[in-house]
Ligand binder design. Structure first.
Ligand code: FES
Length: 226
């Protein structure tokens, strides 16, 4: 294969390609002709849809990444995972109350945590996943919510866990309960929610819905950014 300086060699599903070295994995796959029907969402590192596993040539180790964020490297062997099957507890947040056993009742498998730290090593967000699971075992909602604040539920931690724990769903339960029952309420947000319910923004929304696309774009570009 003829490689110019700006290209690297990668392997997708075992086939060799030369792609520009400055592309993300996602863009490189599109460059060689793949079209994402699944396994891509926001393209900005927020939705977790593009979980990817790869290996480098002559290396045993499995590496994890988000395809929309990681740049291609020379000698990358790629496989994208469109979906991570994982046990997800069903609950009604109005009925689930925070207690020392809430996590264990919904996700009893957290008691099997071996503290092997494989989940932490798999996290493309560099979260301390093992300690999120440990905080859940202790029933510490605040710790779970804070440690997992940047979790985007890509599922790579669950895919690698030898004890079949699903840390991304466990931490979502923690953030939901923390947000609903424990976190101090913002009076300002409550006020805005009430005003919205009373129809304060109806007129403004109606005007926006009637605007031409160009007008909307201009408004968006000129908006105030905090
Ligand atoms: S596509 Fe949303 S995180 Fe990559």
């Amino acid at each position: 294969m003829d490689l110019t300086e700006s290209k690297v060699k990668i392997y997708v599903m075992g086939k060799e390609y030369a792609v520009p070295s400055n592309l993300t994995i996602m863009k490189a796959m599109e460059y060689i002709g793949y079209r994402f029907v699944r396994g891509a969402g926001c393209r900005g590192g927020f939705c977790g849809a593009c979980a990817t596993v790869y290996r480098m040539k002559d290396e045993y180790r499995l590496r994890m990444a988000l395809a929309c964020q990681e740049t291609v490297h020379h000698g990358m062997y790629l496989a994208q995972i469109p979906f991570t099957p994982a046990n997800k507890a069903m609950y009604d947040l109005e009925r689930v109350k925070p207690s020392g056993n809430t996590f264990l009742e919904h996700y009893p498998e957290i008691a099997r945590c071996l503290c092997c730290n494989t989940c932490t090593k798999a996290c493309p967000q560099d979260l301390d996943v093992m300690n999120i699971v440990q905080a859940a075992l202790k029933g510490d909602f605040e710790e779970v919510a804070q440690l997992s604040f940047d979790c985007i539920s890509c599922g790579l931690c669950a895919m690698r866990c030898p004890a079949e724990i699903v840390p991304h769903h466990v931490s979502l339960l923690g953030r939901r309960i923390y947000g609903k029952y424990i976190m101090p309420k913002s009076r300002e947000i409550e006020k805005v929610v009430q005003e919205t319910g009373r129809g304060r923004y109806e007129e403004e929304l109606k005007n926006l819905a009637e605007m031409e696309l160009d007008e909307l774009k201009k408004l968006y570009e000129e908006r105030e950014i905090e």
